[in-house]
Design a protein around this ligand. Structure first.
Ligand code: 8YV
Length: 322
């Protein structure tokens, strides 16, 4: 230990207030260009760092974690999701990992509602009609969508964000049920019904909203069989992680008309998404904006910095994930 402040390498550009606070508390190495750091550029950026502020832009698999310099003792990720970090590899190297739960719950739940409405009400097609100057007259049969009111919403993964979506959807007059490995205590279940069997859960989901983490068990969970279990005319909304949904199955369901629409904020391989999504009118697509508000991104950054500060003060960081 030296008496210097710890050196923290920021792998992305973060909101100004977050970088300002980081610079006040630590010696920092910034990434002002925001270009994804890889290979030699990444290695020289993290050389000698005591801690890293990272995001899902970089995938920290076991090989990358093993290649980090010995000086690195903590990685704070600017995300609630942890699927981009091999936690076992981090543990094996003695690197502490922290994330940013809670502060992005409302912003992400809002985006789920935006996607649900955008998909149900054919917002993309309507927007395009107006912007391309092809809206010639109001017509009683033009761009008819689907009501959310009275529909059955299935929440796959009733954690913080799932519960926040349930409460919002109830205000829209939706009937909400959820599927988790285990039922929640009633105080946490937002008055939603628990459905133990995934098949039964899917069969009663007019709208399916995905909120579980991406893990080996959930990767590809929404496959062709799952899509087929949904009622005819169902809508799929994904604000969690792309790989939970099998792209071929979702696209086939949309093309056949079995699914009415999909609202997607996350994609497998993003930003290089399956190009077929762009060709489908009944998709409402956003570029991973779940937590993208000024308030929320600042709060995520401050939470990550809280964890780094507590750790470097010799205490247990509050959002330790490993
Ligand atoms: C972030 C997210 O915007 O927290 C997460 O896991 O998916 C989003 O809130 C994204 O991870 C980029 O940091």
């Amino acid at each position: 230990m030296t008496d210097l402040q710890p050196l923290v390498a920021l792998l992305n550009r973060f909101p100004e207030a977050v970088e300002a606070r980081a610079s006040a508390r630590f010696r920092v190495r910034l990434n002002p260009t925001d270009i994804k750091l890889e290979g030699d550029a990444l290695a020289s950026h993290v050389a000698g760092a005591d801690g890293l502020l990272v995001s899902p832009v970089n995938r920290f698999d076991a090989a990358l974690i093993r290649s980090l310099p010995d000086t690195v003792r903590i990685m704070a990720t600017f995300s609630v999701g942890l699927d981009h970090i091999d936690l076992d590899a981090a543990r094996a190297r003695g690197i502490v990992v922290t994330n940013t739960p809670d502060v992005l719950t409302d912003a992400t739940a809002d985006i789920a509602m935006l996607l649900m409405l955008g998909a149900a009400r054919r917002a993309y097609e309507g927007e395009r009609l107006v912007r391309t100057n092809r809206w010639t007259s109001w017509r009683p049969t033009q761009l008819l969508g689907t009501d959310l009111t009275g529909k059955r919403l299935g929440i796959l993964g009733m954690g913080r964000i799932g519960s926040a979506v349930a409460r919002r959807a109830q205000a829209f007059g939706m009937r909400v049920h959820y599927h988790n490995r285990r039922p929640l205590p009633p105080s946490q279940a937002a008055q939603a019904d628990y459905v133990e069997s995934l098949d039964d859960f899917l069969a009663r989901s007019d709208v399916l909203s995905i909120h579980c983490p991406a893990t080996p068990a959930t990767t590809g969970l929404i496959d062709a069989a799952a899509v087929a279990r949904l009622p005819h005319g169902a809508i799929i909304v994904n604000t969690a992680r792309g790989p939970i949904v099998d792209d071929d199955a979702l696209i086939a369901g949309l093309r056949s008309g079995h699914l009415a629409a999909a609202g997607l904020d996350v994609f497998t391989g993003e930003p290089d998404i399956d190009p077929r999504y762009r060709e489908l009118d009944r998709t409402f697509l956003l570029p991973h904006l779940g937590s993208a508000t000024v308030e929320t991104r600042n709060a995520m950054g401050f939470k990550a910095l809280d964890n780094l500060e507590v750790y470097f003060a010799g205490q247990e960081p509050p959002d330790r994930a490993d």
